[in-house]
Design a protein around this ligand. Structure first.
Ligand code: GLP
Length: 248
């Protein structure tokens, strides 16, 4: 696991965007695995700025998102469909047909999960998967206890995760109780992974991930120790409890 310490949230965006831009320049039809949440926002902002200033094109890029809430329509401002358009897709030149996000309104959710797995295979797999991390170590929406062997599936969200995400909703009750998420197995099949972390609320999770190498279902992000090409970009607050020698 390669660790890149950065100063703050904006620095995180600058550094992470460099990885993505380099990939898209080298492989214009790259498959990007994208994430939502607050953490990747500065990265998307940098990518948009680079697209405007330097013309990096996403005409042939394909994107697959990690997850989506069950029960929210695409035009619901809290859906991940909406988030991605608002934060990224509306501001670059990617064609709609190249954008893939699980459909949380599918009438048969299990079939939607299988469809999503088939789709990723048909695209040739993910070249670079962007990940945030939950306070409890979840990646995508793979909550503690999830088997590392599952592919895309429907999850019951933990109260901790619903509370963490309640800031985007009016009330905790409005936060969906389920989501569709790529499984850890999908994530580990990506050719490379970029895990982003920012802020003091991630310090515990980063300490557990980076100070320990124990792989356990109780801490889903620990599965990343099994992958050969993971880069962690994290800011000072997120790394505040990580041993100094690992930060050098
Ligand atoms: C959400 C998302 C994850 C994200 C995580 C952290 O639950 N499903 O993909 O990585 O929470 O979110 P944030 O970046 O807002 O802290």
């Amino acid at each position: 696991m390669h660790i890149i310490p950065v100063k703050d949230f904006n620095d995180l965006g600058r550094k992470a965007s460099q990885f993505i831009i380099q990939l898209v320049r080298e492989k214009p039809d790259a498959v990007l695995g994208l994430a939502t949440g607050s953490t990747p926002k500065s990265t998307y902002k940098e990518l948009i700025q680079d697209h405007r200033l330097n013309g990096t094109s996403y005409q042939h890029v394909r994107t697959v998102n990690l997850d989506e809430y069950v029960g929210l329509a695409k035009d619901n401002p809290n859906s991940y469909h909406y988030f991605m358009r608002d934060q990224f897709f509306n501001h670059i030149d990617i064609p709609d047909r190249n954008i893939y996000i699980p459909n949380g309104l599918a009438s048969d959710l299990d079939e939607e999960c299988r469809r999503y797995d088939r789709l990723i295979t048909e695209l040739g797999g993910v070249d670079l998967q962007i990940l945030g991390i939950g306070r409890n170590g979840h990646i995508g929406f793979n909550e503690p206890g999830t088997s590392f062997e599952v592919m895309t599936h429907v999850v019951d969200l933990t109260l901790d995760t619903r509370k963490a995400n309640a800031r985007f909703f009016n009330t905790l009750e409005e936060v969906p109780k389920q989501a569709i998420t790529m499984g850890i197995k999908n994530i580990l099949q990506s050719r490379s992974i970029l895990l982003l972390a920012s802020g003091p609320s991630k310090a515990d999770a980063m300490a557990r991930l980076l100070n320990e190498s124990k792989i356990t279902n109780a801490f889903p992000a620990s599965s990343l120790h099994q992958h050969r090409n993971v880069t962690v970009i994290a800011d000072e607050d997120a790394l505040s409890m990580v041993y100094l020698e690992r930060r050098a």
